[in-house]
Design a protein around this ligand. Sequence first.
Ligand code: ADP
Ligand code: MG
Length: 256
Amino acid sequence: MPALTFSSVSKSFGSSEVISDFTAEIPDREFLVLLGPSGCGKSTMLRMIAGLIDISSGDLLFDGRRVNELEPRERNIAFVFQSYALYPHLTVRANIAFPLLMDRFRWWQHIPGIWSIERRRAMRLPEVARKVAEIAEIMELTPLLDRRPKTLSGGQRQRVALARALVRDPSIYLLDEPLSNLDAKLRSQMRIEISTMYQKVGKTFVYVTHDQVEAMTMGTRIVLLDGGIIQQQGTPTEIYERPANAFVARFIGSPA
Ligand code: ADP
Ligand code: MG
């Protein structure tokens, strides 16, 4: 079963339609890149997947279930933005542990017999510590665990943000231009790190970018959007070798 299924998904803000008739299937464990120029609707797509905004029409299925019938926590999504949004007063360790600690302190988890599924999700403190250590190892943050964000480089901060996304073992990772605030050298390094993380965790990724190099090097599959309309979808090689139209050829830089 595909991780995500979009059937004729459209989204309008007032009278302007920013996503039109988006139909695609994202198989489980795919690294899907949503690619397109600024303003084409990429972030809107991610926000619909995350359930942060409603779809206007069509169907968006999560493992075969309608997205709006699921509680946000049932979707178990990790969302990484371009601004790292770390807590400046907390150490790296506490930043990474934060989502797990929040799980423990949700008031309704303390009502006996209710929300038993949710209650089971809250980790005990030694488990939290073990999980943080494991994730820090994967993201090569172990030597930095006691530092605070302001003493870290941009790339290190982004790694902490990724680590924080990892701790809950999400089934889907949504990343919205996570590298766009980094310089070119760091960007190419982080491309490799995110690809490595994808291979290690073996989950579904939806990665938004306007950068065709990121799309071609990281994606197992690409959906190219322009003006809210899918121009082409396929593997990087398919799109590069057989661009569907002049826009695709120009955007990807294929031999025309
Ligand atoms: P991208 O992420 O590809 O740059 P967005 O999804 O952010 O594009 O935006 C697509 C279009 O939708 C843009 O024209 C933007 O102005 C518009 N848009 C996005 N969010 C809203 C909103 N909340 N209200 C009105 N228009 C919006
Ligand atoms: Mg955007």
